[in-house]
Design a protein around this ligand. Structure first.
Ligand code: PMV
Length: 330
């Protein structure tokens, strides 16, 4: 029944095969698929209440009024939920990120996934995972993956309307997933992003001479990652993970003007990961639209990787994450 608040919790996810580029900005359709790990350590809890007394949507983010930009993006997204539910009522949204670090760590993924469940239930809808993933994608491409826990595959979809551009969970061996660790090395003290991912990927697609080459390697990387997961082969999955992130950043760096997220400590952290591998520790780096380095490893090597990352000058915080659950009522 509309009017009742609903609270949902979602975890962020980190892509092992990256999403970087759209084929349709209006429907937010990705140029290719991607593959990710949902992480327990980074969560967003969001409450939505549709209130007939409100003249406009109202939103708080981490306890403070959301910026006009965030509110406008949320209202546009909520209009789709209102359309599905057949209502025009405005909503009050309270969203809190429980992140160990300040910024730049995939909060749009957990944010729109939590919002998708909270807003649809508060509007009286009861959608399945596919419909929630589709809705979350309209807010942020990476959010489509946070509907599910563990290892997740995002599909580019072939339909013009994007109805099939949704994420699905990957059926991996539970012991393989339980053994995965992601060590998050924060670089730069959680300073705000230099280039938001949305604008940066569009700019890269429009100007980078390496963008076409980046998109061309995605299908092979996705197949290799899925084969590695099916075989329970972390070495092979790690190699694809690091290769995908570096190819994405190579394309971004070649944009004109450049989209360069790396700081000196980023390179030092990447060198430390290579040095760990040289010592026989299974560790593979990935990076998103920021200077932070995230390291895929196994439970048995987690402490050694975390210690190595903490010792890198310029790394300001280290968090160890395990596979987390999909979006759920809170
Ligand atoms: O959907 P967005 O705007 O959060 O884009 C995510 C982009 C990357 O984090 C760089 C890669 C990814 O697949 O998550």
């Amino acid at each position: 029944m509309i009017g009742r608040p609903f609270t949902a919790r979602a975890c962020a996810n980190i892509a092992l095969v990256k999403y970087w580029g759209k084929r349709d900005g209006v429907r937010n359709l990705p140029a290719a698929g991607s593959l990710s790990l949902t992480l327990d350590a980074l969560t967003t809890v969001t409450t939505v209440r549709f209130d007939p007394a409100l003249a406009a949507d109202a939103m708080t983010l981490d306890g403070a009024a959301a910026s006009a930009k965030v509110l406008a993006r949320t209202t546009t997204w909520l209009d789709r939920v209102r359309e599905l539910a057949g209502v025009t009522t405005r909503a009050a949204i309270d969203s809190v990120n429980h992140f160990p670090t300040a910024s730049g760590l995939a909060s749009s993924a957990s944010g729109f996934a939590a919002l998708a469940l909270a807003a649809t239930r508060a509007a009286g809808l009861d959608l399945d995972g596919a419909a929630l993933s589709r809705l979350a994608r309209l807010g942020s491409g990476s959010a489509a993956r946070s509907i599910y826990g563990g290892l997740v595959r995002m599909h580019a979809g072939a339909r013009v309307d994007g109805d099939d551009a949704i994420a699905t969970p990957i059926a991996a061996a539970p012991a393989f997933v339980a053994d995965l660790r992601m060590i998050i090395a924060e670089v730069g003290g959680g300073a705000p992003k230099t280039h938001g991912s949305r604008d940066a990927m569009d700019h890269c697609a429009a100007t980078s001479p390496l963008y076409a080459a980046w998109v061309a390697c995605l299908d092979g990387d996705l197949r290799a990652a899925e084969a590695a997961i099916a075989a329970g082969d972390l070495e092979a999955l790690g190699a694809v993970t690091e290769g995908s992130a570096l190819a994405m950043h190579a394309a971004a760096i070649a944009s004109r003007p450049t989209v360069l997220y790396w700081q000196p400590a980023t390179l030092a952290a990447l060198a430390a990961v290579r040095e760990l591998r040289g010592r026989g520790v299974g560790a593979w780096a990935t990076m998103d639209a920021g200077p932070h380095v995230k390291v895929l490893t196994r439970a048995g090597d987690g402490a050694a990787v975390a210690a190595a990352m903490a010792a890198v000058p310029g790394v300001t915080a280290v968090t160890t994450a395990t596979a987390g659950p999909g979006v759920e009522p809170a």
